[in-house]
Design a binder for this molecule. Sequence first.
Ligand code: SF4
Length: 345
Amino acid sequence: MIPETSERKPVLEVRDLRVYYETPKGDVRAVDGIDFTLYEGEILGMVGESGCGKSTAAMGVLQLIVSPGRIVSGEIILNGIDLLKISEQHLRQLRWSRLALIPQGAMNSLNPTMRISQQIEDVIREHELKEQRLSKVAMKARILELLQWVGLPERIYSMFPHELSGGMKQRVCIAIAIALNPSVIIADESTSALDVVVQRVVAQTMLKIKQALGVSMIMIGHDMGLMAQMVDRIVVMYAGNIVEIATVEHMFAHPAHPYAQMLIDAVPSLRERKPLKVTQGITHDPRNPPPGCIFQLRCPFVMERCRTEAPARQEIRPGQEVACHLYELQPDGSFNDVRTSASDS
Ligand code: SF4
């Protein structure tokens, strides 16, 4: 069990990060002012529908946003260093060594013309200091050790990507990500293209690595079932904003934001046969978000206030923060759900 937030050491702090994409009709606000903290040894899940900005947020943290995208503002503090204030050379040193990525679609991220051993070696050589240069024998031993960590046999060492299954390729990507013992790994939909059995193997590999190496992880995805088994806390994103952050226990026992409630409601259950719920309304134009709450066009509980006043994120109970006007602070410091008080009166 992870300790309470106040006892944990932050590894990565993201403050007011904004990433926009330029289009002829105006900027698309893919990430529009998000704040979150990743703690030491924690797995933070990031969920939301396609296009909600979760992958863009990850690419923003890694500063791998390509034109016409750009980071408009924010702070990305990794182990005390603001990544937006350092040189490109310094940033390149920190990528992989402190902050690594397990990319979306391993099939496309490995070089098809290079053997697996060479692809892992390249990452290590790129970052090793001259005076600590590994000998050929030591390098081979290190690569075999990494392959063993991710549960791959030695023969993979001299194989090409096309000779491997999807799950094996994904595990090679994990081996590359841990090659330099980073403090943070971002896994971007790293299991979504795999079948459920292979998905489980890859997920178990990531859990084993997190426990053994003490690395912190951000896991991006939309499989709430997988999130429930793997992560410590869940960040829910909608239209470039974070609408709720909660421990996995709070998120599944009593999700607070109407959008988070819809996501949890959509998780299929073996015990209960229920009709698939369809969310009403449409998402707003990302170039022109409405004033007030960004979820107002789809929210079944929308109130007058929601149309004009953007809700601030507030901690409604320890380990659960939500941005929604449904929760009102009471004189005793607790929060009241206005839906409950309305039905009581
Ligand atoms: Fe719905 Fe209003 Fe809450 Fe937004 S602030 S999620 S519109 S109730």
